[in-house]
Design a binder for this molecule. Structure first.
Ligand code: ADP
Ligand code: ZN
Length: 804
């Protein structure tokens, strides 16, 4: 009997070996999912490939069931999974779980039936004809049965094409997938207040109305239920009350119903630097084989235009394309652009989609109906056929790093996938990461750069405000609207222009302090002060999310002497409204993003001009294109600088540069105001003077001298324990075992030490930072000293981004 290796989603060191029972032979292939027993449990795993004979004392159990009629993961992705598990020292089963959509229907379990169209006007020849005949003869059947009957490797692709032509329907276990139409709703006319009044006392109903009003467009039922978290009955009731107007639409359009308004524009003529960059990439695409590029150019220099044209070239040649962005919030804008150019060939994948939609997109890619995918980090695992181009936009963004197991870096794995597929990789950034700059300097990536800015605006003028000279607000965390900033604001607002104000801290104030006794309302579980949120009247721990109501008197001494110290976005908005009454202002931060409509609604209102000033955290600095923004300001540029993280300076520079990129993208030059306590710091100077080389040189020097990446590779080990002494003891022992290991030569060990956030969610945290010039060496050492599985209370982070 032959044996197979099966990866199961449990923290086990590796894959398990199972036997293929005779009745299942012929159904098993690498990449199909199978049901297996692990101890008393029954789980779903993925077949990796044939296994060698186990030691004689091991009894091999049989596979219980084969779930898919064909692989859910192609060979290349299985190999990528193995690489990921190896490199990031993560269990293979958990890697596969991260790769697959969470509740993927059993593949080949779906039932196929003929539609009227397929029955009445059947295709005349070929495989599709045989499919129709079989379904005529035997009635609806499972894909697997059809497969057994017709036995063609082309079947999946054919079925997808037939489905696309409306000749047959595929029905999943939950019966949703096959239906071609779905319910959608729009708000009935009238004022919001009046609509809300008509909802009666139904809270979910009012939420749904608020949400639809905030997004300002029709939405599918699934979307409403998903966003508002209400039941279908609520929505139907609103329709009966005449608050919502129901209609039906074709499902395949549902993803982007709101994106369909095509813009009419003349085709752009590329500038010569764009032309040159594109030509280089196109040559590489035509030549075949792996090639890696770093496309750098300031915000608004037309990088997106270049990579979308490269994508068009790859698609025209019949190949597949992967477009990655760092955050879900950036998906819609790029998807809209890509949809206009590539139509139905585009798939969109992200966790905000309903599971039916996600599966549909996954299936369209796998069957080759869709050839290009746009999505965040996890989309890098999408089953794109014949991959030829991989684009990683904003490649420097830390959001590419996953902060739970497997802790992979999306950009780095995208490069690995491109190399394995023989595809062209294009990393894109206005402020490339030090790692990518290093790779470009050493010939691992070819540098391409755009040197001009689109439009007449040119680069924004920088205005530096030295906060040390400001009289008010010298307490830490305090936020000032300095005289120069107020002047700039008055100027911009006076001429009707838009403004972006960055304050990288949400809530009202970072601290609610008792002036009488010094009580600062620390979180019991995390040991850090809670943030005062005035809108919700809460004291919220930003580390663990625990909240408590705001007291009126100090709970420690009873005095009514509580004072909000410092400012977050809420207070900045309040202060702004005092200074400039009547100017429409909105806040964009994580709290706002969670309210009805979310970030998208706020951005839409800002883009329409309903809002003149946008206050926000780093969310405002990313990727959006607002031609009417004339002024961008950062209230305190030093927020990150002092963090105990070797990337703190890089983050500061990136944030400031991106913020500057928001200003003056239209026809007028913009202005940037940077308020700081460190006016001489090279990150601030470089961002202010648009001197990228200054930043790169200084930062490179710092990283080299102090042995940080890209000059070394780093592994971060973190021990968490409810009991402090026990945690300390564990990290100490770990450090000792590492230090004494023969592989430890050439490895620098920093620590053991308490982590900067020493206590989080009730657990004490201790850390070790390992560095070496050879990443392989380092991983071998860690793998030797810390065998898998090691439990969730020890975090092993390869190439870490979060050192707090
Ligand atoms: P980046 O990705 O570098 O921030 P984009 O590609 O988004 O820049 O370009 C910014 C804006 O300029 C977009 O609206 C884009 O359509 C426009 N644009 C790009 N290239 C050109 C060009 N050659 N001529 C005119 N407009 C352009
Ligand atoms: Zn806490």
């Amino acid at each position: 009997m032959s044996l197979v290796e099966v990866a199961v989603p449990l923290p086990l060191p590796g894959a398990l070996t199972y036997a293929i029972p005779p009745e299942l032979s012929g159904l098993v292939a690498a990449g199909v999912r199978v049901g297996v027993a692990v101890g008393p449990k029954r789980v779903t795993g993925v077949v990796l490939g044939p296994a060698g004979a186990p030691p004689p004392e091991v009894t091999v159990r049989p596979l219980l069931e084969v779930l898919d009629a064909e692989p859910v993961l192609p060979r290349q992705l299985l190999e990528l999974a193995r690489f990921t598990a190896d490199y990031y020292l993560a269990p293979i089963g958990e890697v596969l779980r991260a790769m697959l959509p969470p509740d993927l229907e059993p593949w080949g379990r779906q039932r196929v039936r003929l539609t009227d169209r397929g029955a009445l006007a059947p295709p005349r020849q070929g495989l599709s004809r045989r499919v129709v005949d079989a379904l005529h003869q035997h009635g609806p059947m499972r894909v697997a049965e059809l497969h057994a009957l017709l036995g063609s490797a082309e079947l999946p692709r054919e079925l997808a094409a037939m489905r696309q032509r409306g000749e047959l329907a595929l029905e999943g276990g939950r019966g949703r997938q096959g239906s071609r139409y779905e319910a959608a709703y729009e708000l009935a006319g009238g004022e919001l207040d009046e609509l809300l009044a008509r909802c009666g006392r139904s809270r979910p109903g009012r939420e749904a109305v608020r949400w639809l009003h905030a997004v300002g467009r029709p939405a599918t039922q699934e979307e409403v239920l998903h966003q508002v978290g209400c039941s279908a009955a609520v929505v139907r009731r609103l329709a009966r009350l005449g608050v919502l107007r129901p209609f039906t639409q074709v499902r395949s359009l549902s993803l982007d119903a709101h994106l369909l308004g095509r813009r009419q524009r003349p085709p752009l003529v590329l500038r010569s630097d764009q032309e040159a960059a594109l030509a280089t990439v196109q040559e590489a695409l035509a030549a075949g084989g792996y090639a890696g590029y770093l496309l750098a150019g300031m915000t608004g220099s037309g990088k997106t235009e270049v990579y979308l044209r490269a994508a068009a070239a790859a698609l025209e040649a019949g190949h597949g394309v992967l477009l990655l962005v760092p955050e879900i919030a950036l998906v819609p804008a790029l998807a809209r652009e890509a949809r206009e150019r590539f139509g139905e060939r585009l798939a969109v994948l992200h966790s905000g989609l309903g599971s039916a939609e996600r599966q549909q997109e996954w299936e369209r890619l796998r069957s080759g109906t869709a050839r290009i995918v746009v999505g965040p980090r996890s989309a890098l695992f999408a089953p794109v056929l014949d991959l030829r181009l991989v684009v990683v936009d904003e490649e420097q963004d830390p959001a590419y790093k996953q902060d739970s197991t497997p802790r992979y870096h999306g950009r780095d794995l995208a490069l690995v996938r491109a190399r394995a597929a023989g595809a062209v990789a294009l990393l894109v950034s206005a402020t490339p990461s030090l790692e990518s700059r290093h790779n470009a300097a050493h010939g691992k990536l070819t540098a391409l750069s755009l040197v001009h800015r689109v439009g007449k605006g040119g680069l924004p003028t920088g205005v530096l405000v030295d906060l040390r000279r400001e009289k008010e607000g010298r307490r830490p965390g305090e936020v000032t609207f300095s005289a120069p900033l107020r002047e700039e604001l008055a100027g911009a607002l006076g001429s009707g222009e838009q403004v972006v104000l960055l304050r990288n801290r949400r809530g009202y104030a970072p601290l609610l302090l008792c002036r009488a006794c010094g009580e600062d309302h620390r979180c019991e579980a995390c040991g850090l002060p809670r943030t005062y949120h005035r809108r919700t009247a809460e004291l919220l721990c930003h580390y663990c999310g625990a909240t408590r109501p705001v007291p009126t008197a100090c709970p420690a001494c009873g005095e009514e002497a509580l004072e909000a110290v410092g400012a977050g976005t809420e207070r900045v908005e309040e202060r702004f409204a005092e200074l400039f009454p009547g100017v429409p202002v909105a806040t964009l931060d994580r709290d706002a993003a969670r309210r009805p409509g979310g970030a998208a609604a706020i951005l839409e209102r800002f883009a329409r001009g309903d809002v003149q000033v946008l206050v926000g955290t780093q969310m405002v600095s990313k990727g959006h294109h607002f031609p009417r923004v004339a002024l961008a300001a950062v209230l305190a540029a030093d927020t990150y600088l002092g963090f105990p993280d070797f990337r703190a300076v890089e983050r500061t520079y990136t944030l400031l540069t991106q913020l500057a990129g928001r200003a003056g993208r239209g026809d007028r030059p913009g202005r940037v105001v940077i308020q700081t306590y460190h006016p001489e710091h090279y990150a601030i100077r470089a961002a202010l003077d648009h001197d990228d080389r200054l930043f790169a040189e200084e930062e490179t020097r710092f990283r080299r001298i102090f042995h940080y990446p890209p000059f070394t590779r780093v592994v971060h080990l973190l021990v968490r324990d409810r009991r402090r002494e026990r945690g300390e003891e564990r990290i100490r022992q770990l450090a000792q075992r590492l230090g004494h290991h023969p592989l430890a030569r050439g490895v620098r060990v920093l620590g053991p030490a308490a982590a900067p956030l020493e206590r989080l969610r009730g657990k004490w945290r201790f850390q070790l930072l390992l560095r070496a010039t050879s990443g392989r060496r380092l991983r071998e050492l860690v793998a030797a000293v810390i065998p898998q599985p090691h439990g969730a209370e020890l975090v092993v982070d390869v190439d870490p981004y979060d050192l707090l």
